[in-house]
Design a binder for this molecule. Structure first.
Ligand code: ASN
Length: 469
């Protein structure tokens, strides 16, 4: 296996690293017999140090895999500055330990960066810490085993989403982060204005508003790439974007972030929301299967299992039917549901729970509570062809709809949105029906990895009053 990796590099015409430093993933994951007896150089951070009678045992990790490598050094070496948390480089021979795993018998260890564990380093080996405790040290959190597993699983999931779309012939489009539109119309925008001294001075001189000077219009951080994606879908047919989106919601809940990544897809030439739901279900199940399979060691060290719904068909029901279920369960819910409003988190979670924890697509929503761009249902003008996917523990994970493609109907909904004339114009030239969806990436990670708090799904979470680090 190990030599196969080298072979692959050579095939790609890439140079095998000269310094002969190998990653833990190359050494531990391949579990290769060929590497045994070879001299290797490794580098990483120390998880734990055990001083025994003749030898010092050091567990190190470079973060490339969930596994650590045990380095064994004769005690005759003077290594006063070696402690957990320090960074080291070790050189020696790879051998098989009595338990069958690979270890490095080092004759040389260099401490690259010391770690004074008495001077505030917040983690000690083999100690369990709560997520809240670890979250206080965002800059050191990647050093913990669980969080480094999370980061690798996040990477794997993100790559798997890219592969899924490629296999399904979707084209990746980078939609802008800076925009002048509020796609969702909910006003949850962060506004952007320049703060360069030079520009500020010019603005003052010219007496122009700070907010509108730079772009000639107000600018915001995007809440969704959908509108731009609709423009590209009317040329490339099947497109997706996967990038950061921002919502100025005043919520510190375990399910909200001010900055989150969203996977959004848009498909042209479709005429039913059912096609969108089929795509969402396939995406979620394919990516989850892939992560469960390829990420097994990290899922194990992270302490999570394959989600129970993975092999079950997702339920589909209308808003009206979901509402009836809520109405019939007033006692359990304490508060009666109000028809024509969005479901509360409690109601969303209840609906999934009573469905044996199988995800539910809720369709045919009252038009008043959904954004302007959604298309009316064919058989009921008071409802829109939209869906929300509700999943266990998280509630709403995906939202999507057929888009209003009738020029006149859309125009009547746009009077207050003069800056969206370009969006309306899409319905004028070679118009086609489109539909699409958006899935919050962090909520997806929460649901497949069983993470209770969304702040533990990405390295540097942003939420109200928290943007210092
Ligand atoms: N692309 C989408 O359909 C997502 C939708 N704009 C939302 O933010 O919920």
């Amino acid at each position: 296996m190990f030599s196969k990796y080298i072979e692959k590099l050579l095939l790609l015409n890439l140079k095998v690293p000269k310094c002969n430093v190998h990653s833990m993933s190359q050494i531990c994951d391949t579990n290769c017999k060929e590497a045994l007896g070879k001299r290797m150089k490794v580098q990483g951070w120390v998880w734990a140090v055990r001083k025994m009678k003749n030898n010092i045992f050091v567990d190190i990790s470079d973060g490339s895999t969930s596994k650590g490598l045990q380095v064994v050094i004769p005690k005759s070496n003077k290594l006063d500055t070696l402690s957990y948390g320090s960074s080291i480089m070790a050189e020696g021979e790879l051998t098989l330990a009595p338990n069958g795993s690979i270890e490095l018998h080092a004759n040389d260890i260099t401490v690259i960066g010391t770690c004074d564990v008495m001077d505030g380093y917040p983690f000690a080996p083999r100690k369990q810490y709560s997520e809240e405790y670890i979250r206080q040290y965002l800059h050191l959190r990647p050093r913990t085993r669980t969080f480094s597993s999370l980061l690798r699983l996040r990477d794997l999931t993100s790559a798997s989403i890219g592969n899924y779309f490629r296999n399904r012939e979707f084209i990746n489009v980078h939609t802008p982060v800076l925009t002048s539109n509020d796609c969702e119309g909910a006003g949850e925008l962060f506004s952007v204005k320049p703060c360069s001294a030079e520009i500020l001075q010019t603005m003052k001189k010219e007496g122009v508003s700070e907010e509108e000077y730079y772009f000639n219009s107000k600018a915001f951080l995007t809440v969704s790439g959908q509108l731009h994606l609709e423009a590209v879908a009317r040329a490339l047919t099947r497109v997706y974007t996967f990038g950061p989106t921002f919502r100025a919601e005043n919520s510190k809940s375990r399910l909200h972030l001010s900055e989150f990544y969203m996977v959004e897809a848009e498909v042209a030439f479709i005429d039913s929301i059912d096609d969108i739901m089929d795509e969402v279900e396939l995406l979620i199940k394919s990516v989850t299967k892939d992560v469960v399979e390829k990420g097994a060691p990290d899922m194990h060290s992270f302490g999570c299992h394959e989600p129970q719904w993975l092999n079950k068909k997702f339920t589909r029901m209308t808003y009206d039917d979901a509402f009836k279920i809520l109405e019939n369960n007033v006692q359990t819910l304490e508060k009666p549901a109000t028809y024509g409003t969005a479901f509360s988190k409690k109601e969303e979670l209840f609906l999934v729970e009573q469905n044996n924890s199988i995800p539910i697509f809720v369709t045919n929503w009252p038009k008043e509570i959904k954004p302007f761009y959604m298309k009316a249902c064919k058989d009921d003008d008071s409802k829109v062809a939209a869906m929300d996917l509700l999943v266990p523990e998280v509630g709403e994970l995906v939202g999507g709809s057929m888009r209003e493609d009738d020029y006149k109907k859309l125009k009547s909904k746009l009077p207050l949105r003069t800056n969206l004339s370009w969006y309306l114009e899409l319905r004028k030239y070679g118009n086609v029906p489109t539909g699409g969806f958006g899935m919050g990436f962090e909520r997806f990670l929460q649901s497949i990895l069983g993470i209770s708090n969304i702040k533990d799904t990405l390295p540097f979470p942003r939420w109200p009053h928290n943007c210092n680090l």
